[in-house]
Design a protein around this ligand. Structure first.
Ligand SMILES: [Zn+2]
Length: 351
């Protein structure tokens, strides 16, 4: 039972399935794009995300949650052209290379862009070009997930699905994110039925400790028919739901992130409990441009420390990610082989 070291973590072949590309906007990238697009810097927020002293980080603070989403929506206003979206995505792929993330499924939010007059084409063409280039130049494979903002109308969501039609080949999955309070999954049943008919893979956020959190997880599984849930750790609140999720092989893409001011990584105990109960759960960085936890190789050592995770534990979390990834079976097996070989090699060295 070897505790995972920094060196083991750095070399571990990783998959990341819960990552918002707009959430990778660093302050320096924001400045670069704001200058390129000749935007008034004073109108944009460059405040880093900070929680007030005394936060335990273990319970949801609704005000903090809304402040984060405001900051996120402000930040993405620096993105205008194909080149901007390309640069943003390519910078993440470079992080993938540095963090040994060999496979990523990347979420993007089209509506906050199209709503301010940016063509859908600029968003998707920039992301797709970066995706192709990263596979060729950096050896990082990826897929794209189009996330619908749940606090916007169903009509807007349906329009976005239509706008994506010419780019269907570039987009693998459909997701649901943003302000959950008052916007239950059931609101988007029609959207998910349509997306399923168009062969999109399906996921949805169930943010942590929302009102009716477990009910939202249930709706995602039973009404929207997703195979994956982003966060969703309140599945723990309902024993029958735990059984349903295990039975259907739902993967929960959890994020043990923390903000500046949080005393430790959040949610680690509950993530461990999920795995102990037989639920499938993976580890992800969510919005590394905003969270102090940063990218994988910065986040995982503190998560390991907080949860006393062994090498085998980390391999199991990564295995869950590869198992739940939206990959053709032969590609999945290749990635899993790389992970298994690495784990074997590490075990033989530590003996
Ligand atoms: Zn997320």
């Amino acid at each position: 039972m070897t505790i995972a070291t920094h060196e083991f973590i750095a070399g571990l072949p990783k998959a990341e399935l819960h990552l918002h590309i707009e959430g990778t906007l660093s302050l320096s990238m924001k400045r670069k794009l704001a200058e390129r697009n000749k935007l008034q810097l004073s109108e944009l927020s460059f405040t880093p995300l900070k929680v007030p002293p005394g936060s335990t980080g273990q319970k949801l603070d609704i005000l903090q949650y809304k402040m984060f989403l405001d900051l996120y929506m402000q930040g993405l206003k620096v993105l205008h052209t194909v080149e901007d979206f390309y640069d943003l995505a390519y910078a993440y792929y470079e992080e993938c290379k540095r963090n040994n993330i060999i496979y990523a499924e990347i979420s993007f939010d089209p509506q906050p862009h199209t709503d301010r007059g940016i063509p859908f084409a600029a968003v998707i063409e920039g992301l797709q070009a970066a995706r192709v280039e990263a596979a060729k130049t950096l050896g990082v494979e990826s897929r794209l997930i189009m996330c619908i903002n749940r606090d916007m109308t169903l009509e807007s969501a349906l329009q976005t699905l239509s706008a994506a039609k010419p780019y269907r080949d570039h987009i693998t999955g459909l997701g649901l994110d943003s302000v959950e309070d008052g916007h239950p999954p059931i609101k988007f049943k029609q959207l998910y039925d349509l997306a399923r008919a168009q062969d999109y893979e399906l996921t949805a956020h169930c943010d942590v400790d929302m009102v009716n959190a477990a009910e939202h997880v249930r709706q995602c599984i039973e009404v929207l028919g997703v195979r994956r849930i982003d966060h969703g750790i309140n599945v723990l609140d309902d024993p029958t739901l735990i059984d349903t999720a295990i039975e259907r092989g739902i993967l929960f893409t959890a994020c043990p992130t923390w903000r500046d001011g949080d005393p430790q990584p959040r949610r680690v105990d509950r993530i461990k409990k999920m795995r102990d109960l037989g639920l499938k759960v993976s580890l992800n960085t969510d919005d590394p441009g905003y969270f102090a936890s940063g990218y994988m190789n910065a986040m995982l050592p503190r998560v390991v420390e907080c949860g006393a995770l062994t090498q085998d534990d980390l391999v199991a979390y990564m295995r869950n990610a590869f198992d739940g990834a939206w990959l053709p079976e032969d590609e999945r097996q290749e990635f899993i082989q790389r992970l298994t070989d690495y784990a074997k090699e590490a075990t033989s060295q530590s003996m």
